[in-house]
Design a protein around this ligand. Structure first.
Ligand SMILES: [Mn+2]
Length: 319
């Protein structure tokens, strides 16, 4: 007799404001396409969208056999927290929403997987949701893009994590008062914040208390092997779980993430196919040159036959 196996349960947390509703839809498309075998519950904090938007989202989630819960937080409180200006990657107060989930989710939720909405879920998340954290409060991936922060006791690149994917042990997070500590740093010691405020503060609050996840759970710009040609990405992607467009976003022409085209693919499969459009960005001269250089390197790796041509040319010239 065929017995239906019990579906694996994945408790996800997503937070965004109205500026990110389109990438949110693209993320949902990628999530549902790759997690049909799981029972997915989506815990959501959102601001600036209409009730109709919420209804549309709920309908879409239910059509995909999943559940979504919206939570309200004190937006006045959040609006008082600092939001540093970063011209290349504009920040909003929504980055702080992640700190509130542990107090909002139902008590039966023990494990919560928070992911940014500038991500795509390209694999099955069941394994991650059930991963052993070796007694640590969160699981996260090292962020190699950030400078070493010896001033806050983080002496190696390895020991600073990216806050875009956080596997959270709820009970331990609450017991160790991680949100309280992070919020205190943000509001009382703003001089310690050098990079992304939520991420810096969480790295301080969770120092030596996070479990290093494999890069496939948060595939940032620097984690994509440059030398893999684009046509070889199919097999590379099979092993990845979450792509994170940290830095420049894939809907802008100056995105440097090697997997930016994957966003366009999922956008076309989403309820917002127009999201596959890439907006052209006018860059200052120096940045234009830098981007052109990085595109040329990609072109070189995408066309391995060029290597042969290049060698032959050099041989002809005789040097
Ligand atoms: Mn992000």
């Amino acid at each position: 007799m065929f017995v239906m196996s019990k579906k694996n349960n994945v408790q996800l947390a997503l937070a965004f404001d109205d500026k990110y509703i389109t990438p949110f839809y693209v993320l949902l498309a990628s999530l549902f396409i790759n997690n049909k075998q799981n029972e997915v519950v989506i815990h959501t904090i959102v601001s600036g969208i209409t009730d109709k938007d919420k209804n549309d989202i709920t309908t879409y989630v239910q059509e995909n056999n999943s559940e979504i819960i919206f939570y309200d937080i004190d937006l006045d409180y959040v609006s008082k927290l600092i939001v540093p200006e970063k011209d290349e990657n504009p920040l909003t107060g929504a980055m702080y929403y992640r700190l509130f989930f542990p107090f909002l989710v139902p008590s039966e939720v023990q494990r919560l997987l928070y992911i940014d909405v500038d991500t795509l879920v390209v694999g099955d998340l069941a394994g991650l949701a059930a991963l052993d954290l070796n007694g640590k409060t969160v699981g996260a991936v090292t962020d190699r893009d950030m400078p070493v922060r010896s001033d806050i006791g983080i002496h190696s690149v390895e020991h600073y994590f990216n806050s875009g994917v956080l596997l959270i042990d709820i009970a331990q997070w609450k017991a160790n008062r991680i949100s309280e500590k992070a919020l205190k740093i943000i509001s009382e010691e703003p001089d310690l914040i050098k990079g992304y405020p939520d991420q810096d503060a969480l790295n301080m609050a969770l120092r030596n208390d996070w479990y290093q996840l494999e890069p496939k759970y948060n595939v940032m710009r620097l984690y994509v092997p440059e030398a893999v040609p684009k046509r070889g990405f199919g097999s590379f992607l099979l092993d990845q779980k979450i792509i994170h467009y940290n830095g420049k976003k894939p809907w802008f022409s100056d995105c440097e993430h090697r997997l930016r085209h994957v966003y366009q693919q999922y956008a076309r499969l989403s309820l917002r196919p127009e999201a596959s459009h890439v907006t052209n960005v006018q860059l200052p001269k120096d940045k234009r040159a830098k981007l052109r250089r990085s595109r040329m390197i990609e072109f070189y790796f995408d066309h391995p036959e060029l290597v042969t041509v290049w060698r032959r040319l050099k041989a002809l010239v005789g040097r």
